[in-house]
Design a protein around this ligand. Structure first.
Ligand SMILES: *[C@@H]1O[C@H](CO)[C@@H](O)[C@H](O)[C@H]1NC(C)=O
Ligand SMILES: *[C@@H]1O[C@H](CO)[C@@H](O)[C@H](O)[C@H]1NC(C)=O
Length: 610
């Protein structure tokens, strides 16, 4: 079945006929003078019907056929039939409301809410008003949890015979596949200026290549208000990204409420207003799940710890963190302010257990991130109590390897605590570090590959990647030379640009293939690509807060999303016109995505290329 819907939404579009029209020429929508052109069409119609992938982002992975006809309909004439086990029904119901909101967002402002057929001259009445659209959404599984095993597949069929209703069927294994199907459907509908209409199409089967399709967001260097996090989740849902990896704390601040230990936010939050309360976090977890996005919490440790942990001595618990705010910072950490856990203090582990307990209750995470990056050995070595501990245990306090060993002991103990409080074998994530590098070289075995997923932030050509794969580690790819979204701006310590300049363009983001990275290290006969669990683009927040969040993340996050959803063999150049159009769609839905090209280029495919 191949066809398109065209929906006449609301009245009062432009009364004057346009002097412009669009033609589909060699797969491109080109703008032509309407005079003398008989096969011209509306801009939106062209975007939907011209090109084999229509206007869908990210591109489907299964067979897909998009039609060339359009059928007008009104938003109000869309009816849903939901076929799903009871636990899924309310989520599905909400998903249909989100879907309708996304259609309303397509309408030019000023038309909102007013429904009176079509143009003042009545051009699309009464045919449009009569057109019924029935959307059946069927979900098999009663499971409402998103895990690494969750099927996110769906099938979408739109069918229509003249004179009858338009029938849309979305079938999915789980709720998550169904909501992706609704997202696709929303992208097959466009507003039509001439007819004041929306339009749609299709038959496609779809499922993601990778189970972890993530953004890493840092809320410790800058506090990001909940409204901005919710908007980020909305945008992720538009792109079928499914994981918000929340780097919630760092040395700079501790903004998340741990109910059993209120001193963490009292000492750690930038201000009492810049706190995520337990209730707000629980609500955000629900908000994400409804939109197909899991919240993956990270408590970065044993480095990247400081503010929030300073009250130990006053409370008679000894120092919980060391080197906090130590200067010159270059000697003790990678950026100011410094701070690391006091990993020989038993009381520190008691606090850690409280945090883990709360995180487990709030997030119920199916995977948990333990941080583990950028440990500075010198910080521990120059802390008298830690150096004394090494001596007391018969070690040489001037030997770095003693502290590597302490770090390994910390990791084993912390993982044990997490397993105890969560009561299950959650896969654990760690950033690449000196510890993972040791493991990769086979020099120690603290991190069994059956328990850990390593998030790689080295360059994509770093030998550690090959070594980790050789040891059998599952990986999440975040190589900083392509997927760090904070790179290329002014330096914030010192002059010039920041450390990982240049800026990573959307093209660089799109063309960074986890599969190709894994294969570049693959000896013949091995299958490294199957160890890749996905990827995450990272936005550290030293230089971005809610003011710049959207433009840093989008449309580059969309480029990432298509790479992770589909791993296409094609490159960024082939994705240009769809992404330019998708960026417009994101803006229409309230996301402040950065402009890629002048609007002229959006209206004239194939002109703004080299
Ligand atoms: C979708 O599921 C329904 C109910 O299980 C089934 O009757 C229908 O044939 C399926 N449709 C498609 C397109 O798979
Ligand atoms: C985890 O629980 C086990 C069994 O109760 C206990 O023996 C162990 O000490 C606990 N580990 C930590 C680090 O608390």
């Amino acid at each position: 079945m191949r066809l398109l819907l065209l929906c006449c939404a609301l009245a009062a579009a432009r009364a004057e006929p346009s002097v412009w029209t669009w033609r589909c020429e060699s797969g491109s929508c080109v703008r032509r003078s309407a005079a003398g052109v008989t096969d011209g069409m509306q801009f939106g119609t062209c975007k939907l019907t011209c090109g084999e992938l229509s206007a869908v982002w990210p591109r489907p992975t299964g067979p897909a056929a998009f039609g060339s006809e359009t059928v007008p309909f009104l938003i109000d004439s869309v009816q849903f039939q939901l076929v799903a086990p009871d636990p899924v029904k309310p989520m599905l119901q909400t998903a249909t409301e989100i879907f309708l909101d996304s259609l309303r967002a397509l309408q030019p402002s000023g038309l909102g809410g007013r429904r009176s057929g079509c143009r003042p001259d009545g051009a699309c009445e009464p045919a449009v008003a009569e057109q019924a659209v029935k959307v059946t959404v069927a979900v098999e599984s009663a499971d409402t949890a998103l895990t690494l095993e969750t099927g996110e597949d769906s099938q979408l069929v739109v069918s229509y015979t003249a004179g009858s209703e338009v029938s849309v069927v979305i079938n999915a294994t789980t709720f998550f596949g169904a909501r992706h199907g609704l997202e696709t459907l929303s992208q097959l509908i466009e507003y039509d200026d001439d007819n004041a209409c929306l339009q749609a199409s299709a038959d496609r089967t779809d499922a993601p290549v990778y189970p972890i399709r993530a953004l890493t967001i840092d809320t410790a260097r800058s506090f990001i208000p909940l409204s901005a996090l919710r908007r980020t989740i909305d945008a992720m849902a538009m792109n079928k990204l499914n994981t918000l990896h929340w780097h919630v704390t760092d040395t700079h601040s501790f903004p998340i409420e741990v109910s059993s230990e209120p001193r963490l936010v009292q000492y750690g939050a930038y201000s009492p207003q810049q706190v995520y309360t337990a209730r707000e976090v629980a609500e955000l977890v629900r908000y994400g799940r409804q939109r197909g996005v899991r919240l993956l919490p990270e408590l970065d440790a044993p480095a990247h710890v400081g503010y929030g942990w300073q009250w130990g001595e006053d409370a008679g618990l000894g120092r919980l963190a060391v080197c906090v705010g130590e200067e010159p910072w270059q000697s003790y950490c990678v950026e100011p302010p410094c701070g690391q856990m006091n990993i020989i203090n038993d009381n520190m582990y008691t606090v850690l257990e409280k945090i883990y307990k709360d995180f487990n209750t709030l997030f119920q995470p199916d995977i948990f991130h333990m941080g583990g990056d950028e440990i500075n050995i010198n910080c521990w070595k120059t802390s008298p109590e830690i150096a004394d501990y090494v001596s007391d245990h018969g070690g040489d306090p001037t030997d770095d390897s003693e502290y590597m060993e302490l770090w390994a002991q910390y990791q084993l103990r912390a993982a044990d605590i997490w397993r105890n409080v969560s009561g299950r074998d959650t896969p654990l994530l760690l950033w690449t570090s000196d510890l993972t590098s040791q493991e990769a070289s086979g020099a120690s075995s603290v991190l069994p590959p059956s328990q850990y997923i390593i998030q790689v932030w080295t360059t994509g050509s770093d030998q550690q990647i090959g070594d980790l794969l050789q040891q059998g580690y599952p990986l999440v790819i975040s190589n900083y030379d392509a997927w760090y979204f904070d790179c290329g701006f002014s330096a914030w310590v010192g002059a010039g640009h920041n450390w990982c300049a240049p800026y990573k363009s959307w093209q660089t983001v799109y063309d960074n293939s986890p599969r190709a990275i894994a294969r570049s290290f693959e000896p013949s006969g091995a299958d490294y690509a199957s160890l890749v669990r996905g990827g995450s683009a990272v936005l550290w927040s030293e230089q971005s807060d809610a003011q710049t969040l959207d433009s840093r993340l989008w449309p580059r996050g969309a480029a990432l999303a298509e790479r992770l959803w589909a791993e296409p063999d094609t490159d960024s150049a082939a994705a240009l016109t769809r992404l330019v159009h998708h960026r417009e769609r994101m803006v229409q839905r309230g996301i402040g995505a950065e402009l890629m090209q002048p609007e002229y280029c959006h209206m004239n495919d194939g002109i703004c290329v080299l």
